[in-house]
Design a protein. Structure first.
Length: 348
């Protein structure tokens, strides 16, 4: 009986003593359902176990694991003074010992592994790890005798160029069997700085044009670079999301000014401007109020504006700040007068 069944059974007995028969019936139904589910799981496990052939040829362990398992006691005695040791520590030390062994010393376990692997593949022809070898042959020409164009430099043996080109990584697009085909594709891309070769992937297009030594050179790496190439990173894909809404650009403002005042708003004004002085008191503007509120007049700054004519239209101009206002009832600030005498509209 499971823990859940036992708990429900005890709970049911308590409720029966209290006289709650309904709860007892409900508990019995739940227990029955649990038993049914457990029986189904058990039958499923038995059925799966029966499908497995106990005499099947099992996949062999790696040769280093065989060595570790057969020499566990010896490793503990020699490297851990025979003390009780964690399995992970024993495995780590066994790996170190295996790595230090010569091919001849490893031979008893590697040969046995090869025999067991052959037997396993014979018994299970469709199993095993997938080979990394391409399904179709990728025979590339040797980089030794390739003809390098005058606008290219190289070969740089034992060196590579970094960074693949997005969208140019597959065969026939970014990987080629001949140097000439790779050069032809590279010359058509301004984002391509050169070509890297290795005997596994052939001639590959690269963004970089500065030869670098790889961390480990085992595949016969060679590279060639375009002379005087300035590296250009390929454009990044735009990410999704809401587009940020911004105000009008300077170019849009210039177009708006051109529509209002003509196309030469950014050049020296071609026509004369006229100015009329207009005094505006902040407040209600009456002299009686000014006399009676002398202290307040001292605190409030009088703003003097002039009528400024620009491109045939009149505006109000505060010469102190350069602020320009519309010459109508609203008198809203619309921009500033520049040092060159132009009107620059304020972005909204």
């Amino acid at each position: 009986m499971s823990v859940l069944e036992s708990t429900l059974q005890k709970l049911s007995e308590v409720e029966i003593k209290k006289g709650d028969a309904n709860f007892s019936e409900y508990t019995e139904l739940v227990l029955e359902k649990i038993r049914e589910m457990n029986e189904k799981k058990t039958r499923g496990r038995v059925a799966k176990a029966k499908d497995v052939d106990p005499d099947r040829v099992k996949r062999p362990s790696p040769a280093s694991w065989m060595f570790r398992d057969e020499n566990r006691a010896k490793i503990i005695a020699e490297h851990f003074d025979g003390q009780k040791t964690k399995g992970s520590e024993v495995a780590k030390k066994a790996k170190e010992v295996w790595d230090d062994m010569s091919e001849e010393d490893r031979k008893p376990w590697t040969d046995r592994h090869d025999e067991m692997w052959a037997a396993y593949k014979t018994a299970n022809p469709g199993s095993g790890a997938k080979s990394s070898t391409p399904s179709s042959p990728f025979d590339v020409e040797s980089p030794t005798d390739v003809e390098v164009p005058s606008e290219w430099n190289g070969p740089h043996e034992g060196k590579i160029l970094y960074k693949t080109i997005p969208g140019h990584t597959s065969r026939g697009v970014g990987k080629f069997t001949t140097f000439a085909a790779a050069v032809e594709a590279a010359n058509g891309l301004d984002t391509c700085g050169g070509i890297t070769y290795d005997n596994k992937n052939g001639y590959q297009l690269r963004v970089g044009s500065d030869p670098n030594t790889p961390p480990s050179s085992t595949n016969g790496e060679v590279c060639w670079a375009k002379e005087g190439h300035v590296m250009k990173s390929p454009p990044k894909k735009a990410r999704g999301g809401k587009k940020k809404v911004s105000g009008p650009t300077d170019e849009e403002m210039e177009k708006a000014q051109a529509a209002m005042f003509g196309a030469d708003t950014d050049e020296e004004s071609g026509g004369p401007t006229t100015e009329k002085v207009v005094t505006s008191d902040e407040g209600d503007g009456s002299e009686s109020d000014s006399d009676s509120d002398g202290e307040e007049d001292d605190e409030e700054e009088e703003m003097v504006v002039i009528v400024w004519e620009y491109k045939g239209k009149e505006y109000l101009l505060d010469e102190t700040s350069g602020d320009v206002y519309s010459y109508d009832d609203d008198q809203k600030k619309i921009g500033k007068k520049t040092e060159k005498g132009k009107l620059k509209l304020t972005k909204k």
